[in-house]
Design a binder for this molecule. Structure first.
Ligand SMILES: [Zn+2]
Length: 511
């Protein structure tokens, strides 16, 4: 399953490359995780530039008739791409918060029906995946809350959720297709399963442990299950290959043991300087693992033949060296490079929050010390060995991120010593850092339909660095009568003379 929703803009040519890869890997289907990145005929108001169109799907279906192209839409949670538009905000569960629509809003329920009709018209796939994951805002708005509280016995959230997805799954059936949903919310609220037609296929995603327990519960109730591992990119500077491999093996094993319908290898979030081109060997290797997970090497720890790491070495020596550096060696540094379950701190703090100085605030001790030296050495080697432009770009992202934090720390020290001129001079190279990152993002956008938002993020970061340099020139000499803390003067919301930083202290500060 390919995540297009995270700002990917694949052209028809890019999609052909993904479908060729799917064939080469021996898969029988490719899931396109779409959310708002599909030009649904019913939502002309949601068509972001570069979204996938029904015409592209029709062309691909005629060219790749041997592959099932399964649409993954999302009809409650992960509706954020719709909810944060001027038209779509009418469907939200909460204002300026979260990612869920309101299942009690009749216009939203009607829209879900139309999105299913659009999808069935646009895709020949027997399977239509209607989403349902991560609906953490169930029962929050007054209307939903009232419905939930009216449930006298049992799980009110399960009722709201089941009453939403049950009819939508049946609608898919009425249109002659088979519905599929994610399993996480049904695992949390099992009473909701009673609302689903038994033909509904449940995609059980467990990225950090075996899905055997949850999948067995679904299977015992008579549902067909697809186990879903993740290629772990969003929680890495590049990718945690060994944990990805372990997760794939666990899911294949669980699927075999339970005689499940199959396995869907998911890939997520190549925005924030991920790059799908660098993952092609992983996808091919996972195809082999799906066929035969136990041979030739049952131990992913060995990195031996048949492992995801070996898949790079098979491409070329440089591929192998680059992949080892960017997965094993980097992870061994620990700290911000260790394996975790949430989005990479470097990606978020350098670029996602429109304030790269957050990366300095949280990581300057780590990155200006020995760990930073070692990380820079790893990135330098990875850049040296990188056999492709895409692989070089990912390694450069890591290098440039650390360099930014180091220049910012130099600037902070000079600023604290009352040397604003030196502080500004220390920040001057940071403009080039973000210009260089922007070039990498442009290349990813052109080569594989990578995130256009990344390009804009780099420009915003460069502009912000310039703004901070101006502030330091103006206020770094103490002209306010006080010297704002470095994390305050570098913050986008900094206001001179607001010495107490009320914008930060008020609990609604994030608005
Ligand atoms: Zn609601």
């Amino acid at each position: 399953m390919l995540d297009i929703a995270r700002e990917q803009s694949p052209t028809l040519g890019d999609l052909r490359r993904y479908l060729d890869l799917t064939r080469e890997g021996g898969y029988n289907a490719i899931g396109l995780y779409l959310e708002h990145r599909f030009a649904y005929p019913s939502t002309p108001w949601s068509r972001g530039a570069g979204c996938v169109t029904p015409e592209m799907i029709a062309t691909l279906e005629s060219e790749y008739s041997d592959l099932q192209i399964v649409p993954f839409i999302n009809l409650l949670g992960h509706f954020e791409g719709m909810l944060y538009t001027e038209y779509g905000k009418r469907f939200r569960e909460e204002t300026f918060k979260g990612l869920q629509a309101c299942p009690t809003c009749p216009e939203f329920v009607e829209l879900c029906g139309r999105l299913i009709e659009d999808t069935v018209q646009s895709f020949k796939s027997e399977l239509i995946h209607i989403g349902g994951d991560e609906t953490w805002q169930l029962g929050v708005c007054p209307d939903c809350k009232a419905r939930m509280e009216a449930v006298s016995e049992g799980d009110g959230k399960a009722v709201i959720y089941g009453e939403h997805f049950g009819p939508l799954a049946r609608k898919v059936q009425e249109l002659g297709r088979r519905p599929a949903v994610w399993g996480d919310m049904f695992a949390d609220h099992p009473e909701a399963l009673a609302y689903l037609p038994k033909e509904t296929m449940i995609f059980d995603w467990q990225y950090f442990k075996s899905p055997i327990e949850s999948s067995r519960k679904f299977a015992k109730l008579g549902f067909d299950v697809v186990t879903c591992p993740a290629i772990q990119t969003y929680n890495a500077t590049w990718c945690h290959l060994r944990q990805s491999e372990q997760n794939v093996r666990e899911c294949v094993e669980a699927s075999r043991e339970l005689e499940a319908h199959g396995v869907s290898v998911t890939t997520w979030e190549c925005g924030l300087f991920g790059n799908y081109e660098t993952l092609f060997p992983v996808i091919r290797a996972c195809g082999k693992l799906l066929d035969d997970p136990l041979t030739p090497d049952p131990s992913p720890q060995k990195g031996g033949e048949g492992s995801l790491l070996a898949a790079y070495a098979e491409e070329s020596e440089s591929h192998g060296e680059w992949a080892r550096l960017m997965s094993d060696d980097l992870e061994a540094l620990g700290g911000m490079f260790a394996h975790g379950t949430i989005r990479s701190a470097l990606k978020c703090r350098l670029l996602l929050y429109s304030n790269p100085f957050l990366a300095w605030m949280h990581h300057h001790e780590e990155l200006t010390g020995e760990a930073g030296d070692r990380a820079l050495a790893i990135f330098a080697r990875a850049i040296h060995f990188a056999p492709t432009q895409a692989m070089r770009g990912v390694a450069e992202f890591g290098k440039l991120g650390i360099e930014f934090v180091r220049y910012a720390e130099q600037a902070r020290q000079a600023y604290a010593q009352g040397l604003p001129g030196v502080a500004v001079a220390s920040l001057t190279p940071c403009r080039q850092i973000f210009e260089q990152l922007e070039k990498i993002a442009v290349a990813a956008s052109l080569n594989i339909g990578g995130s256009k938002a990344d390009i804009a993020r780099c420009r915003a970061a460069r502009d912000h660095v310039e703004r901070v340099m101006m502030r330091i020139k103006e206020y770094g000499d103490g002209s306010l009568g006080y010297l704002p803390a470095f994390e305050i003067i570098t913050h986008p919301k900094f206001i001179p003379h607001d010495q107490a930083s009320w914008w930060l202290i008020n609990k609604w500060a994030n608005e």
